[in-house]
Design a protein around this ligand. Structure first.
Ligand SMILES: C[S@@+](CC[C@H](N)C(=O)[O-])C[C@H]1O[C@@H](n2cnc3c(N)ncnc32)[C@H](O)[C@@H]1O
Length: 212
């Protein structure tokens, strides 16, 4: 991901978005698909968690508070950092979280494997589904949890409209409804064990390693 594209991610996911996400998490905890993703991570006691595109890190914080040992967050947009670090210090969790800025696909070789890999609403923000989900699967020792938009005509139409506005505005940022078959096929060496819908828009899939 070139720096111009990273800047476009930071325009879409700016400091105001980060502050709003942190405020909502403080006020009401996890809700909807983020709550589902945390539940579907399973029993995380003692586990290491890698959250890709984790934003302010609400899901990994919830998992740490449910007994996960440590977490790594790899996030393209640096705009989340202040809000994320405030959340961590309020909860005395800073020492258990390694926050890194960068494109997970480009940085994958420098990131160790973890027990659980999470990508909540991230696959739809990245053009190369095979590279992103493939790198996620290669980093998961036990489970991978992915949340992405459901394949519905109305959702495709809404996203196409958003993308048209982005293009007119000169942004390289696009939203994608990658076919679920392609997402599943990209999870090399892992088996799909569950799919759960949260409302009309989001679906979460859980993958488990087969003997790795
Ligand atoms: C829709 S936001 C979701 C943030 C958070 N997971 C949530 O659900 O609130 C998508 C995030 O994924 C990040 N992202 C997309 N592709 C990424 C990649 N290849 N590596 C790291 N972060 C990525 C974006 O910067 C953005 O913050």
């Amino acid at each position: 991901m070139t720096s111009c594209c990273a800047r476009d991610y930071e325009r879409v996911f700016g400091r105001k978005t980060a502050a709003r996400d942190a405020r909502r998490f403080r006020r009401r905890g996890l809700r909807g698909s983020s709550k589902a993703a945390a539940e579907l991570a399973g029993d995380v006691r003692g586990a290491t968690v890698l959250e890709v595109g984790g934003g302010v890190g609400a899901i990994e914080i919830a998992l740490l508070e449910h007994g996960a040992k440590s977490a790594t967050n790899v996030e393209l947009a640096a705009t989340y950092e202040d809000a994320a670090r405030r959340l961590l210090s309020e909860r005395d969790l800073a020492a258990r979280v390694d926050r890194r800025i960068g494109d997970f696909v480009a940085e994958a070789d420098a990131i160790p494997t973890h027990d659980v890999v999470l990508m909540h609403r991230v696959v739809c923000c990245y053009p190369d589904v095979e590279a992103l989900v493939g790198a996620g699967a290669a980093h998961a020792r036990a489970r991978m949890v992915l949340t992405y938009p459901q394949e519905r005509r109305a959702i495709r139409a809404a996203i196409a409209a958003i993308d048209a506005v982005m293009r007119v505005a000169g942004s390289t940022f696009q939203v994608y409804v990658h076919p679920v078959d392609r997402i599943v096929a990209a999870a090399h060496g892992m088996q799909l064990v569950e799919r759960r819908r949260s409302g009309y828009v989001w679906e979460t899939a859980v993958f488990a390693t087969s003997g790795r």
